[in-house]
Every structure is written in structure tokens, then in C-alpha cells.
Design a binder for this molecule. Sequence first.
Ligand code: PLP
Length: 401
Amino acid sequence: MHSSNRRGYTGLFIPGPTNIPESVRQALNVPMQDMRAPDFGELTLPLMADLKKILKTQSAEIFIFPGSGTAGWESCLSNLFSTGDRVLMSSFGQFSMLWVDMAQRFGLAVDHCQVEWGEGVPHDHYRTILEQDKEHRIRGVFACHNETATGVVSNIRRIREILDDLGHPALLCVDGVSSVGSLEFEMDDWGIDVVVTGSQKGFMLPTGLAIVGVSQRALERRSTANLPRTFLSFDDMLKANATGHFPYTPATTLFHGLRASLDFLFEEGLDNVVARHARLACAVRAGVHAWGLTLCARQPALYSDTVSAIVVPENTDSSEILNTAYYRYNLSLGAGLSRLAGKVFRIGHLGNLNEIMVLQALAGSELAMRACGMNIELGSGVAAAQAQFIHDDEQAIVKAA
Ligand SMILES: *Cc1c(COP(=O)(O)O)cnc(C)c1O
């Protein structure tokens, strides 16, 4: 069946790009404007100020580059590090792996902790390596907060505690692409020096903005860092951003979308956004459990509230489930990436999402799994998720009383 034959809409349950709120989509429909106009800063300066509220930072600089999250990774490396710098990184999924790969391609000397996929940042291993680094050769410690390929969230505060405990001056650089704006995130409180995120996940925008927060301490590294940087230069940005302008043509349309997205998040309240993601994720996991399936994430403390990677039985190819969901039931689910291809499918449950949408994703997954010959009781995951929602609502009533 081809998409031209489809009716209704295609359910989008991938972990980015996410569903765009109508207010944001409308806000994107604006005439072009002069990005060198004297009053352009009236649009952009409040965006910078409000992004600090999302990242929970008072003092960090905010950079907005035209690009995806990957550009944000690159800006961190090229502005703050030098060829041959030692950095401590870990990989436990496609995204954490790709940042390691980028650092290696830039010629950094990566201490690469290869962790089993389904686990998170190896805190103990990090501590051991940092402890041995008496001369403080390691310039940066990197972490993927929410590994989107495996649905694993890692504790970032604990890395800061290790660094502080050892008095180690390395910069703490965090990939927050699939966590910022959806999960608890505290840049200042967790002592994060660099956080990278993008527009198409928690911000519920089209792809096209790399958003980067950089601590003042990290910015001081610019003068000694020798990697070349041009398009993604923090220096050029800082100069132009002082008046709310940009060193080259920015994505003005997306700025209007970002304005609406920030308003959308503030209207709900960040704490409520985080609580909603937790509630929806809990229901997805109840559904997965009812199917008799397991998550790729190894233990509950690692379960991500923005994406679940669901392991299929060995005799099943998860890409068949994805294709059936897509072609037969107009439902986009997340694929298993790289070494998880065929082994998992993912449900993205972040952004502009509510209970009924979660039930839709679960119901569609059940249909697709059954159509692919899996022994799934129809309605079992949906019922478990519904029961979870009812349970939550009852708890809330008890609490309020
Ligand atoms: C989506 C994502 C990225 C960046 O991907 P882009 O496609 O470049 O936006 C990086 N890290 C994580 C954890 C992600 O989920």
C-alpha cells in the first residue's frame, strides 16, 4: 500500500522529529524578515534568555546554530578542544557512539569506554580512569544523558560528583538532545559545562536548530583550543549575538517556531512537562510488560521517559514489524539502529503527546506484531496502559484529598 492511498494521518511515534503543536506550526508560517534589522534582537534575545530557563542555567552562554544536534556536538569539540587532547567518553548506543566517532575524527585522544548497549554511563569506570589521571591530562568528560537508540537515561549529577570528589578540572560535556525539554535537566545544579540539544525532539520543532549551552568556565578554553572552527565558531556568534544578530543568515522562521515552543512549554510548566513524560512512559512500559516483552534498558533506574526500545524475540525481525506498522497501519515507530537493527523497535513518547496517543501507539504496535506472527494478546498492552492511567489518576485524587 502506498502513501497516496492513505486516509487519516500517520501516527508519528519516533523519538524525533516529534509531533508539532498546532500553535508552533502556525507560528512557523510567517513572512521572511530582515535578519540585519535593528530590532531583530527583540525576537532573538528573549529566546536566548528563555532557553536558559529550559536548561536551568543562570550564567551559561546560549548558542543557536542552523543545524541538527550533530552540529551541536561538533561546536563543542571544535571550539573547546585541541588535536591530541585526552577526553573520556563512553558508548552504549548509536548516539553516544557517534559522538565518540566524531571526537576520534577530530584527532582527539579518546579514552573510550565501550559499554554494553542497554547500560548507561559507566560511573565506576569513569571514576577509576579519572582517579588515575593525577596530572589532569583528561580535558573533557562526555556523557549522553538519554541514549535514544536504547532508551537509557544516565545520571549526570553523579559524574559531576565524581569530578568534584577528585578535584578534577575536566569539562563535563553532555548530549541532551533527547532529554532537554522533556526530562529533568539541571545545567547549573549538575555542574554541566556544555550541553548540546536540537530543535526536533523536546522542542517539538522541525529539525534545523542546534542549541548549545556553554558555561563561562568552558568558554575560557576557546583561546587555547586549537581545532579549526568557522561556521560553528563560538567567537563569531558571541560577537554578533551581543545585539541579537548572527554572523550569517539564521533560520528566522524557526526562531518564530521556537518562540511558540518555549511559550508552549512554559504554559504547561517545566515540572508538569517532566511529570507528564514520566506518566506516559510508565504506561508504555506497563504495555510492554503485558506483552511479555522486555526493554533494551537493563534496569528500571535506566528506563528513559522519552523513548522505549522494545526487544523482540530472536525468531522475529523487528524491521518487519516496523514496515507492517508503517505500510499497513499508518504508524511510524522507531527502528533498531546499527547493531540493534532487527532486534528492537522503539516507541518515541516525547513532546506534544497525551494518553490517547500513547494508546494509539500501543494498539498499532499490537496489530503489527500480531500481523508478523508474534504471540501477542490483542489489547493486552493497551489495557495495561489504561489501567496505569486510571491508577495514576486515582493516586492523584488521594494525594489532593
Ligand atoms: C537525535 C539525537 C542526536 C542528534 O541527531 P541529529 O539528527 O543530528 O539531530 C544526538 N544525540 C541524541 C541522544 C539524539 O537523540
